[in-house]
Design a protein around this ligand. Structure first.
Ligand SMILES: Nc1nc2c(ncn2[C@@H]2O[C@H](COP(=O)(O)OP(=O)(O)OP(=O)(O)O)[C@@H](O)[C@H]2O)c(=O)[nH]1
Ligand SMILES: [Mg+2]
Length: 688
C-alpha cells in the first residue's frame, strides 16, 4: 500500500507528473525514456518508428504526433510515479488543460528554438495561473550548439517565474558530452541509454561551475534571507540547505529549475527523475492546492474520460484523498456517476487490473458511465463541491459532417455525443434549416482526428465538407401583386385568388404577415392558408435563399363557394410571392460576425494585411487585458471568410494566435461576390 508523507523535506507517496511543452519538443520520447530507465518497458521505442507507449493510439501513430493524453505508471526508487504525456499541438491543448489541475508538478519539455518560445510562454502561463510547480527540461541537447550558453536569455522571457539553471553543459569540442549539476557540484559525462558517469570536476568546468552556482544560489536567496546573508558573507551554505531550499521554492512555485538532456539518448533523464522525486509536492499538498476540503472522504478527479471501442467507458482519475475499492459507487456534484467495474494500472494503451487505489495514485476506472472529463468524484452520500475544471477553449474551425451511409445516421449522433463528452473542446451544432450536423473544433487536425475516431472507435464512416453559410435574401422595393390559382379539371375545380402588398422591412425584422380584408372577399378561414403559402414561398426567394425582412399584407382577393379550398389559397399565396419578388429588386444578405483576434503584438500588423484579403473591417485594437505584449484586434468579417481564418492566424503567430467570434448582423452583398454565391447555390440545387 502506498504511503504518503514526508521523508525529511522530501515528499513521498505516489506522484502524478504532466509532461507538457511546445509541439514536437520530445515529450513522448521523454516519457518513453523514463519508462525504459525505470524498467516499466524493456526497450525504448521511438516516435518515428511508431513504437512508443505514449503515441500508442491508431491516430497518434498515423499522424506521428500526440493527439490525446497518454498515461503511464512506473516505479522509481520504490515509489509510484504516473506520467501524463500531453499533446503539444495547440489543437489538442484541452487534454493538457483538463488534466493539469490534479497533477503534483509538470515537466515542461522545450528546445533551444526561438520559434517555439511563444508557445512555451502560453504553456508556462497556464502552469503559473494554476500555481502548478514545474521544471523546464531543455531537450535535444544532442543537437544543441553554443547558443546553449544563452539558455536563460532565450527562455526567461517566456516565464513569469524566475528560471533557475540547475545544470550547465560540458563540451568536448563542439559537442555537449556531459553536464555539471550545480546543486550537487558534480560533473557527469553522458552515456547513451545508460546513467551518466561521474567525472572529476576540474579546470575550466570548475570555474564555470562556480559562477553558475553562484547565480543559482542568488536566485534561491531571493526567497531566503539566511541564504542571502551567507552569500554576502562569503560563507558556503551547507549542501542540505541548498537542497531544502530548492525543493521548498519549487513546491511553493517561487522558482522553476532548468535541467538539460536528450530524450532519444536517455541523457539527463535520471537527474530529472531525481529532481522530481525530491522536489515535487505530495498528494496532500496538491489536494490542498486545488481545494479539496480537509477531512474529505474519498475524492477523485477525472483527468480524462474515454469511450473505448470494446471496453465501454474508462475514466482516468487521480485519487486526491481516501481510497477507492473496486465496485464503489461515485457521485459527482450533479449526479450519480456510476459503479466502478475494475480498477486498472495504465501503461499507454495497455491496462492491467489491480486492487484498490490509494490517495495519490492515478488509475483508470471501468464503467463510470456518467463521469466526464473534469468531474469531481466522491464516494459516499455527500458530493464534494466541484473542483476547478478547465473551461473548453472556444472552437475555431467547423466542418459539416455526415455518415457515409444513411443507416449510420443515428449511430453518428450517438458517437459524436460520446466524443464531445470526452473532449469538450469539440462541439456539435445541428443546423436544422439545412439538415446539417456541424462539428466545431480547434483546427484541421483536431477535426480530422475526430473523424478518424468516429470510424475507428465507433465504426461510423463519415464524409465532411464546408458548412453551409447562412445566406439570406431580401427586397429593396415593394409591389402589389395578385396571385390566382384556378384549375378546372372535371368534377371539383380549384380556386383561390389573393392580392398582396409586399414591402421591404428594416434589417432584422424577419417576416411579418398581415391582412386587411374587407367584406369577406377572402373568407377568414382561408387566411391562415394564404399565410402558409406565402411563408413557404419565402423559403426560396428568386436568388435561392430564405427571404427575410419583408412584410406581406393580404389586401384583396376573391373566392368560389364550391371550388375554393385551403390548398387553393395556399397555392395562390405562393404564386403571388413567386411572381412578385423578382420585381422587387432582390438582394443577397450575408452574415457578418464580430471577430476578436488575439495575438502577440509583433503580429498585429500582419493581421491588418490578413483582414483586407478577407473582406474584414478592422474596428480597432487594444492591448489584451492581462497579457503583456499581446494585442486584441476587433474586426467585422463575413461568415464565409471566417472559414479557415484560424489557419492563417496561427501561421502568422507561431501557432499561438486565436480568435473568438459572434454573429453581429446581416449585410448586403453585391457584385461579383454575390453572383458567385448565387451561382453556387443554383448549381447545388440542380445537383441535389
Ligand atoms: N535529436 C533529438 N531528437 C529528439 C529528441 N527527443 C525527441 N526527438 C525527436 O523529436 C521529434 C518529436 O518527438 P516527440 O517525442 O514525438 O515530441 P512530442 O513533444 O511528444 O510531440 P507532440 O506530442 O506531437 O507535441 C521526434 O522526431 C523525435 O525523435 C532528442 O533528445 N534529440
Ligand atoms: Mg507527444
Amino acid at each position: 500500500m502506498a504511503q504518503n508523507g514526508k521523508n525529511g523535506t522530501r515528499a513521498t507517496g505516489p506522484r502524478c507528473i504532466a509532461l507538457v511543452g511546445p509541439f514536437q519538443s520530445g515529450k513522448t520520447t521523454l516519457m518513453e525514456a523514463i519508462l525504459a530507465r525505470t524498467g516499466a518497458i524493456q526497450r525504448q521505442g521511438t516516435v518515428d518508428a511508431g513504437t512508443t507507449v505514449g503515441d500508442g493510439s491508431k491516430e497518434a501513430r498515423h499522424h506521428v504526433m500526440s493527439v490525446e493524453l497518454s498515461v503511464a505508471t512506473t516505479t522509481f526508487m520504490g515509489e509510484s510515479f504516473t506520467f501524463l504525456d500531453c499533446p503539444g499541438s495547440v489543437e489538442f491543448t484541452h487534454d493538457m488543460r483538463a488534466a493539469l489541475p490534479a497533477v503534483d508538478a509538470a515537466v515542461v519539455v522545450c528546445e533551444m528554438d526561438e520559434k517555439k518560445v511563444p508557445q512555451l510562454q502560453l504553456i508556462l502561463r497556464e502552469l503559473e495561473d494554476q500555481k502548478i510547480p514545474h521544471f523546464l527540461f531543455v531537450n535535444k541537447i544532442d543537437k544543441a550548439d553554443s547558443t546553449i550558453h544563452d539558455v536563460l536569455k532565450l527562455l526567461q522571457p517566456a516565464s513569469r517565474l524566475k528560471l533557475l539553471l540547475r545544470q550547465i553543459p560540458t563540451f568536448s569540442g563542439e559537442l555537449i558530452t556531459g553536464f555539471v549539476d550545480l546543486a550537487l557540484e558534480r560533473a557527469f559525462v553522458y552515456k547513451e541509454y545508460a546513467p551518466s558517469q561521474v567525472i572529476p570536476l576540474e579546470g575550466e568546468a570548475l570555474d564555470r561551475e562556480k559562477t553558475a552556482r553562484f547565480s543559482m544560489l542568488e536566485t534561491l536567496a531571493d526567497h531566503d534571507d539566511e541564504l542571502m546573508e551567507q552569500l554576502l558573507s562569503d560563507i558556503q551554505p551547507p549542501a542540505d540547505k541548498v537542497f531544502d531550499d530548492l525543493s521548498k521554492e519549487v513546491r511553493e512555485g517561487l522558482v522553476c529549475p532548468v535541467l538539460l538532456g536528450s530524450a532519444t539518448r536517455t541523457n539527463g533523464v535520471l537527474r530529472l527523475l531525481k529532481a522530481i522525486r525530491h522536489e515535487a509536492p505530495d498528494i496532500a499538498t496538491t489536494a490542498k492546492r486545488i481545494g479539496v476540503k480537509a477531512g474529505s472522504d474519498c475524492v477523485a478527479y477525472v483527468l480524462k474520460s474515454l469511450h473505448t471501442a470494446h471496453g465501454g467507458k474508462m475514466s482516468v482519475v487521480r485519487v486526491l484523498s481516501g481510497q477507492i475499492p473496486d465496485s464503489s459507487t461515485f457521485l459527482t456534484p450533479e449526479r450519480e456517476a456510476g459503479r466502478v467495474a475494475g480498477i486498472f494500472k495504465m501503461l499507454g494503451q495497455t491496462t492491467e487490473k489491480r486492487g484498490p487505489a490509494a490517495a495519490g495514485e492515478t488509475v483508470a476506472l471501468g464503467k463510470l458511465d456518467h463521469a466526464n472529463t473534469g468531474d469531481t468524484l466522491t464516494l459516499g452520500k455527500q458530493a464534494h463541491p466541484p473542483l476547478v475544471k478547465a473551461a473548453p477553449l472556444p472552437p475555431v474551425l467547423s466542418l459539416a459532417i455526415g455518415a457515409k451511409e444513411r443507416k449510420d445516421d443515428v449511430k453518428l449522433g450517438q458517437a459524436l455525443h460520446k466524443l464531445t463528452e470526452e473532449d469538450p473542446s469539440l462541439s456539435v451544432v445541428h443546423n436544422a434549416e439545412v439538415h446539417e450536423v456541424v462539428a466545431w473544433g480547434q483546427g484541421e487536425m483536431h477535426l480530422r482526428v475526430a473523424s478518424e475516431r468516429l470510424a475507428d472507435r465507433f465504426g461510423v464512416a463519415v464524409a465532411t465538407r464546408k458548412p453551409t453559410v447562412g445566406y439570406r435574401e431580401t427586397i429593396k422595393k415593394g409591389i402589389v401583386q395578385r396571385g390566382r390559382h384556378k384549375k378546372q379539371s372535371g368534377g371539383h375545380g380549384q380556386y383561390g385568388d389573393v392580392v398582396v402588398d409586399i414591402k421591404p422591412l428594416p434589417r432584422g425584422s424577419g417576416f411579418v404577415f398581415a391582412e386587411e380584408i374587407k367584406g369577406g372577399v377572402v373568407p377568414r378561414n382561408y387566411i391562415p392558408s394564404v399565410e402558409e403559402g406565402v411563408g413557404d414561398a419565402l423559403k426560396h426567394g428568386p436568388l435561392g435563399f430564405q427571404v427575410v425582412d419583408i412584410s406581406v399584407k393580404l389586401i384583396d382577393g376573391s373566392y368560389h363557394t364550391v371550388d375554393s379550398s385551403d390548398m387553393a389559397f395556399q397555392l395562390a399565396g405562393r404564386l403571388a410571392i413567386h411572381e412578385g419578388l423578382p420585381q422587387c429588386q432582390p438582394v443577397l444578405l450575408e452574415p457578418i460576425y464580430q471577430v476578436e483576434i488575439v495575438c502577440p503584438s509583433e503580429a498585429t500588423a500582419k493581421m491588418n494585411a490578413l483582414m483586407s484579403g478577407r473582406r474584414g473591417q478592422i474596428l480597432g485594437f487594444d492591448t489584451r487585458e492581462g497579457w503583456d505584449g499581446w494585442d486584441a484586434v476587433r474586426v467585422q468579417m463575413p461568415e464565409s471568410e471566417i472559414g479557415d481564418l484560424i489557419v492563417e492566424v496561427r501561421s502568422a503567430t507561431a501557432g499561438v494566435g486565436s480568435y473568438t467570434c459572434k454573429f453581429d448582423h446581416m449585410a448586403e452583398v453585391t457584385g461579383r461576390t454575390a453572383e458567385q454565391i448565387v451561382a453556387a447555390k443554383k448549381a447545388a440545387a440542380a445537383a441535389a
